[in-house]
Design a protein around this ligand. Sequence first.
Ligand code: PMP
Length: 353
Amino acid sequence: MSGNLPTLHTLNRLVGRTPLLALDLLFRGEPRRLYAKAENFNFTGSIKDRMALHILRKAYESGALKPGAPIAEATSGNTGISFSALGRALGHPVTIFMPDWMSQERKDLIRSFGAEIRLVSAAEGGFLGSIGLSETWAARTPDAFLPCQFANDANVEAHATTTGPEIWAQLGSVGLQPHAFVAGVGTGGTVMGVARYLREMDPTIQIHPVEPANSPTLRTGHKIGKHRIQGISDEFIPAIVKLDQLDDILAVDDGDAILMAQKLANRGLGVGISSGANFLAALQAQERLGRDAVVVTVFSDSNKKYLSTDLMKVEPVKPGFLSQEVELIGIGEAIRVCEVCVQTGSCVPGCGC
Ligand code: PMP
């Protein structure tokens, strides 16, 4: 059996190097362009494949993960899906600890990969309870590997070595440089990792973390209120998030994020709710910098895991919702560059693009 398992190198061909979409729109009647990485192109359909693959690679290298050893993780869903698929592909048993209020699609997908799922109720501590239970499980299980995505610098490194360089090379290939990057914070791996790389290339780049206006964990430091943007604002500030290294926090109402995701789908872009939030936060950043500012974000996953949620219902419009002032024209460009250009940071003659 082991002879037929894919190698990390093979899986690496299936993760990352996603297209950078140039999205054309009218905002209050004025032409605008925003950029978003289409992370639904990854192996399991979300940005979390980058982090999961990088953590697994590092764990093999350090010896923390042995062939066939059990893997467990606490997650709001996409991470569980990534570790389940990649872990099973590499021949590991996988156990996922997840709050029980996450979408049915997330639970079913994790089970479909043959991973075990342990749902954690609010009474058992929800998110923090999931982390605690995964640690107890690991302490009792011989050779267990716990990726610890909320505290593991390899999560940040995954984006500093892939997402960030890709954005830089993709914009460079059309003669541009980013002025700002925004991303919703779950573990914070995306925003911290992209910040690490882009700030090295240009220290003046604005980097904004994004959170739900209805549940401002980053602003308050603890769980407050409720929200429907699955994948971000998980009740606490993760250890890898260093707010003092970032620019100010942008907030998006979850209803506005749902309406924006619906609007994107209406132009053929079937993305998740956090992508709607990221798009509106990118627009806020552009409002501050000027209409021609090059602002980049990520579409972390597709809409397929939200078909049973409010994303498919009629969402009430509230005063001040930015989505109502956006008229989406469509995808102006889908920028792809080859591996050589990502490695060198710019398009080189004969590279293969
Ligand atoms: N959006 C979705 C749909 C996610 O699953 C996640 C990951 N939890 C994020 C955004 C946030 O990404 P990160 O963990 O890198 O902050």
